[in-house]
Design a protein around this ligand. Structure first.
Ligand code: SAM
Length: 305
């Protein structure tokens, strides 16, 4: 029988998460239980901790129990809550999109300096957009810095091959009030884009593509619950990246200033470097810079044309 008292429910749930094979520490287990309780009860952390809701209604207990069971089985907390924070913004997530990772914020951080001189015309294409996290965080930050009117000078597009992911991205655009600014289109990488859209002062192609080698082992929760389409990049993980490097020059050549920035996996720097220096790409790309994440892993490559 699920306890009715909030304090007891909280204690028991923490105990269950610690017993489940999730490898959680005491504090994380408690934090996760609290996040689930806040979600189910519709209250804040302060309200939870000050005991505003001391008795939990039967309906809420049932819902909490079902979420707890899913968490015990390893489902990521972000899918249970339907939300994950990225670049300090709330993003809706569902099992049809990758849960945005903190290291991907580097892509947004590296894109921002291109706008310091405030180009009048610009195009940002976020391929493999998933939840829309990258392009929406960038547009949100530009609006914060330069105002709503500035966004009107540019084109922001997020694209993905998955219709289900695009539905989530469009919902995020609406929630962040960016649906009039950022468009989402279904496309296999850049194939649907006419080079003409990049005729601007600045063009940026951003991507966090799938790059995990097909045979590489993944943590059980990732492999079981996150979409393979968002993760797997072929035998060496570089299938999608290879095609992106082949396709990007056609578009980027149209702009006065243009760069391609994309995320890569641990250990992929040599492979990516040689793809970028291959005969065809080398005629277009004139500077290649690898940027490391907080763990010191080369995580994003920035290629200028
Ligand atoms: C690693 S996820 C990135 C999601 C999001 N940008 C983020 O950083 O959280 C990769 C995304 O690429 C999409 N994808 C996979 N193959 C693709 C292709 N050929 N063209 C466009 N999108 C593709 C997947 O559906 C998935 O949403």
């Amino acid at each position: 029988m699920v306890p009715q008292q909030l304090s007891e429910l909280r204690r028991e749930a923490q105990h269950r998460l610690l017993k489940a094979p999730l490898g959680l520490e005491d504090r994380t287990a408690q934090l996760e239980v609290d996040m689930l309780l806040e979600h189910v009860l519709g209250i804040t952390r302060t309200e939870l901790l000050t005991g505003r809701a001391s008795i939990v209604a039967a309906e809420q207990r049932t819902l909490f129990e079902s979420l707890l069971v899913r968490r015990e089985r390893g489902e990521p907390i972000a899918y249970l809550l339907g939300e994950r924070e990225f670049f300090s913004l709330p993003f809706k997530v569902s099992p049809s999109v990758l849960i945005p990772r903190p290291e991907t914020e580097l892509l947004v951080e590296l894109a921002l300096p291109y706008f310091e001189r405030q180009p009048v015309s610009f195009v940002v294409v976020d391929v493999c957009t998933g939840s829309g996290a990258v392009v929406l965080a960038l547009a949100h930050e530009l609006r914060r810095r330069f105002g709503e009117a500035y966004l009107g000078g540019g084109i922001f597009v997020g694209s993905d091959i998955s219709d289900a992911a695009l539905t989530v991205a469009a919902e995020n655009a609406r929630l962040l009030e960016l649906h009039q600014v950022v468009r989402f289109v279904r496309a296999d990488l850049l194939t649907a884009f006419h080079p003409r859209i990049c005729r601007a002062e600045l063009a940026l192609v951003l991507a966090n593509p799938p790059y995990i080698p097909d045979a590489a082992e993944l943590p059980r929760d990732v492999a079981t619950f996150e979409p393979a389409l968002a993760l797997r990049g072929g035998r060496d993980g570089l299938d999608v990246i290879t095609r992106l490097i082949q396709q990007a020059p056609l578009l980027l050549q149209e702009a006065e200033t243009a760069s391609l920035l994309f995320e890569l996996g641990d250990g992929q720097r040599p492979g990516v470097d040689s793809l970028l220096r291959s005969a065809e790409a080398a005629t277009v790309f004139d500077s290649i810079k690898f940027h490391s994440d907080l763990a010191g892993i080369p995580r994003v490559v920035e290629v200028s044309c």
